[in-house]
Design a protein. Structure first.
Length: 132
């Protein structure tokens, strides 16, 4: 899509401003925060993405998306233990027909924490996960 093109900061900034406006108009809506948080992560605004994920959790404490965003944000900051914790919380909340859990990513995160048991657990799940 157009937002995935590198070198189009004007379009990205415009989309983010529109989403911020939608969030102000409907403060309990989740979709705008989810999309904006993902755009912030892509744009390197990790702290803003983490703040949006925390807001999502106040609205919907069992939000798969919020925990996923937290995990990706903490990983981007090199805070591996926090990233692993958030991503583990996301797993049981994942929608049954949603995208497959990236167990390789989880294994990599736990390798960086030095937690060999969880690294092995998720590496095994990655190797034995059914294809979707």
């Amino acid at each position: 899509g157009a937002l995935q093109k590198k070198g189009d900061p004007v379009l990205l900034q415009g989309a983010k401003m529109e989403l911020e406006h939608l969030i102000r108009e409907a403060p309990h809506a989740m979709k705008g925060r989810i999309v904006l948080a993902h755009l912030c992560l892509k744009d390197g605004q990790v702290d803003q993405a983490l703040r949006l994920a925390q807001e999502l959790l106040t609205i919907h404490p069992s939000s798969y998306n919020a925990f996923e965003i937290l995990g990706m944000g903490f990983a981007a900051k090199g805070e591996w233990a926090l990233a692993g914790d958030a991503l583990e919380k996301a797993i049981p909340l994942a929608p049954p027909n949603g995208p497959a859990i990236n167990y390789n990513y989880l294994a990599d995160i736990f390798a960086k924490t030095g937690n060999k048991a969880k690294w092995n657990k998720y590496l095994d799940k990655a190797l034995n996960a059914p294809l979707r």
